[in-house]
Design a protein around this ligand. Structure first.
Ligand SMILES: [Zn+2]
Length: 66
Protein backbone atom coordinates (compact mmCIF):
# COMPACT_ATOMS: atom_id res chain seq x y z
CA UNK A 1 0.00 0.00 0.00
CA UNK A 2 1.60 3.24 -1.10
CA UNK A 3 0.98 6.36 0.90
CA UNK A 4 -0.75 8.96 -1.23
CA UNK A 5 -0.93 12.14 0.84
CA UNK A 6 -1.85 14.25 -2.18
CA UNK A 7 -5.13 12.49 -2.68
CA UNK A 8 -7.90 14.07 -0.68
CA UNK A 9 -10.76 11.96 0.66
CA UNK A 10 -13.57 11.80 -1.83
CA UNK A 11 -17.21 12.05 -0.91
CA UNK A 12 -20.54 12.97 -2.41
CA UNK A 13 -22.48 16.15 -1.94
CA UNK A 14 -25.46 15.12 0.25
CA UNK A 15 -27.74 17.34 -1.81
CA UNK A 16 -26.87 16.71 -5.46
CA UNK A 17 -24.46 13.76 -5.25
CA UNK A 18 -21.72 15.63 -7.02
CA UNK A 19 -18.25 14.34 -6.22
CA UNK A 20 -16.55 16.52 -3.65
CA UNK A 21 -12.96 16.32 -2.46
CA UNK A 22 -12.07 17.07 1.12
CA UNK A 23 -9.71 19.95 0.42
CA UNK A 24 -9.64 23.71 0.29
CA UNK A 25 -11.10 23.74 -3.21
CA UNK A 26 -14.40 22.92 -1.60
CA UNK A 27 -14.99 25.39 1.24
CA UNK A 28 -18.56 24.13 1.63
CA UNK A 29 -17.65 20.46 1.95
CA UNK A 30 -19.15 18.00 2.37
CA UNK A 31 -21.38 20.02 0.06
CA UNK A 32 -20.25 21.00 -3.43
CA UNK A 33 -21.47 24.57 -3.07
CA UNK A 34 -23.05 27.04 -0.72
CA UNK A 35 -26.34 26.51 -2.52
CA UNK A 36 -26.38 22.80 -1.74
CA UNK A 37 -25.40 23.50 1.84
CA UNK A 38 -28.31 25.91 2.25
CA UNK A 39 -30.71 23.48 0.62
CA UNK A 40 -29.68 20.75 3.01
CA UNK A 41 -29.95 23.03 6.02
CA UNK A 42 -33.36 24.18 4.83
CA UNK A 43 -34.61 20.64 4.53
CA UNK A 44 -33.29 19.80 7.94
CA UNK A 45 -34.89 22.90 9.46
CA UNK A 46 -38.25 22.19 7.84
CA UNK A 47 -38.30 18.54 8.82
CA UNK A 48 -41.74 17.70 10.13
CA UNK A 49 -43.15 20.85 8.58
CA UNK A 50 -43.62 19.58 5.06
CA UNK A 51 -46.73 20.90 3.36
CA UNK A 52 -48.94 18.08 2.07
CA UNK A 53 -50.73 18.18 -1.24
CA UNK A 54 -49.94 19.78 -4.54
CA UNK A 55 -47.89 22.92 -5.05
CA UNK A 56 -49.98 26.06 -4.98
CA UNK A 57 -49.12 26.90 -8.56
CA UNK A 58 -50.33 23.54 -9.85
CA UNK A 59 -53.37 24.02 -12.05
CA UNK A 60 -55.22 21.30 -13.95
CA UNK A 61 -57.88 22.77 -16.30
CA UNK A 62 -59.45 19.34 -16.88
CA UNK A 63 -60.10 18.80 -13.20
CA UNK A 64 -61.63 22.27 -13.00
CA UNK A 65 -64.40 21.33 -15.47
CA UNK A 66 -65.60 18.23 -13.64
ZN1 LIG B 1 -24.22 19.73 -4.42
Amino acid sequence: MNKTPDIAPKLQCPTCKTTVYWRSDYPYRPFCSERCRLIDLGEWASEGHKIPGKPADWFDPDAEQQ
